[in-house]
Design a protein around this ligand. Structure first.
Ligand SMILES: [Zn+2]
Length: 484
């Protein structure tokens, strides 16, 4: 009866659908949870938020159990309908984007329960709190929970399975993050969000449940495209018999995988968090009013496949000398995040991860070295006696003069990086080459990219720790220099 009523109301509701996501977008700042600003938060940071939302009218907080190290795993439920929707995030401890979005969604739902008609929606934020504590993928015994759906050795896995089974969840959202180096196939656009309606067998057969997942994804894709045009990928549907998404689909829950990837100038994923918010709320509303049924599976298959051909920086046509010859190459450079001891912050280390013909690859940032002359940067000859002396240096002038590093005789050990475009060398760590040792190539696979690009004997660009500094003053991409 209720379903029949919904069908009658459908034209009316879909009319409202037109600008639903527009209104969500316009009002986002009102609902954005201010208590979380960046990716590396822990169980203790979100517990007060979870407890507070549990006390709100219409919300129920259930403690489902504990992680291996005894951290509680919670479920927040809202809505009074018969159709159960289950969303779980951060099964991988360092994949926190959707967890952030969940708190924004709670704030929205506090005032807008009308979109939940016919539904009861259950959220499990941070399924792997022990992994989140160390900002690592795996749990406290090193198991990848997403390969434990059959054996169920981890309490976190058993908790998720038990939640699904007790609810007999009709719809499931499996919320992850993927590498920022994924792109939408054959384009330079990052796969900022990737979607998958997982297969439930090796044959990748279709079922009504899987088809529904595809249609919901088609709906979410439309919304994301408005804000990140071309930045959506379709994740591989190769069947993984041990994974949760694939098994959820098999167990009868119409399952959607969302992978949050990268976006330019959004290392902390705050824009991507908003895309999660917009697309997940759109999906929830679409399930409630069944408007997703008007979408096609073709729209799902039309989403470009995920590829992995992005670098943080691509330098094209760099000619460099080595042992009397010269070589013309492209460089693929990424920035590795090196964390502090408490896993709460990080600095970046540039690394050449590919070299050669990279004409099939892309960069978040691209620099052409065509027509420029390669030069190895020098170390400033004066050895500084303290970090205070370093603070007084005119660093742009040093770069213009061909120096890409300075040495300090008594560098405090707690200084791991500098926020200036120059590397710092601890003279205690300088390695003296052995006699007759073959000099190493100035750029190489795995090496930190630090060098100068010259024109008419003038430095045009300094590449320091993989970051590009334009000497004419237009500084771009400044993050940090290295302490070596
Ligand atoms: Zn994951």
């Amino acid at each position: 009866m209720t379903k029949y009523l919904l069908l009658l109301l459908l034209p009316l509701i879909t009319y409202g659908q037109e600008n639903f996501d527009q209104v969500l977008n316009d009002q986002y700042d009102r609902f954005r949870e201010q208590g979380i600003e960046s990716r590396r938060f822990k169980h203790q940071d979100i517990q007060p938020l979870i407890e507070s939302i549990g006390k709100e009218d219409g919300f129920t907080l259930t403690t489902l159990g504990n992680s291996i190290q005894g951290r509680s795993i919670s479920m927040i439920s809202v809505g009074t309908g018969d159709v159960d929707v289950l969303l779980w995030s951060q099964m991988h401890g360092d994949e926190s984007t959707a967890t952030m979005a969940m708190f924004d969604i709670f704030n929205y739902l506090k005032e807008n329960k009308d979109i939940l008609q016919g539904l009861r929606v259950h959220f499990i934020p941070m399924l792997n709190p022990d992994g989140a504590e160390l900002f690592q993928r795996r749990n406290a015994i090193g198991i990848d929970i997403n390969r434990d759906a059959l054996r169920l050795q981890s309490p976190e896995s058993r908790i998720l399975k038990a939640a699904r089974d007790s609810l007999q969840a009709d719809f499931g959202f499996n919320l992850h993050d993927q590498s920022r180096y994924y792109n939408a196939e054959k384009t330079s656009k990052p796969a900022t969000l990737s979607f998958l309606a997982p297969a439930f067998n090796f044959e990748k057969d279709m079922s009504e449940k899987r088809e529904s997942a595809m249609k919901i994804i088609a709906m979410m894709n439309e919304v994301v495209q408005k804000h990140a045009n071309g930045q959506v990928g379709r994740y591989s549907d190769a069947f993984e018999p041990r994974a949760f998404g694939d098994n959820m689909q098999k167990w009868g829950t119409s399952t959607i995988l969302i992978e949050s990837g990268g976006h330019p100038e959004d290392r902390e994923k705050q824009f991507i968090r908003k895309l999660n918010y917009l697309s997940i709320l759109t999906a929830i509303k679409g399930i409630s009013d069944q408007s997703f049924k008007a979408k096609t599976t073709k729209a799902y298959w039309d989403i470009p496949r995920n590829d992995r051909k992005l670098f943080d920086l691509k330098i094209e046509n760099l000619t460099f000398p080595y042992l009397g010859a010269s070589y013309k190459v492209d460089l693929g450079i990424i920035y590795d995040e090196i964390e502090n001891n408490s896993h709460s912050d990080f600095y970046l280390v540039g690394k050449i991860v590919d070299i050669g013909d990279l004409s099939t690859h892309y960069g978040y940032e691209t620099l052409s070295a065509e027509g420029l002359t390669f030069k190895t940067g020098e170390t400033y000859p004066t050895i500084l006696s303290s970090f205070e002396e370093f603070r007084e240096l005119d660093i742009p002038q040093l770069l213009r003069s061909g120096y890409t590093s300075v040495s300090i005789s008594d560098l405090p050990t707690e200084i791991k990086f500098v926020t200036d475009p120059i590397n710092v060398v601890d003279i205690k760590k300088i390695r003296i080459p052995r006699n007759n040792e073959m000099p190493t190539s100035p750029v190489n696979f795995g090496k930190n990219p630090t060098f100068l690009l010259m024109k008419n004997d003038q430095v045009v660009y300094a590449v320091v720790n993989g970051f590009v500094y334009r000497i004419d003053g237009a500084v771009n991409g400044v993050k940090n220099g290295l302490v070596e």
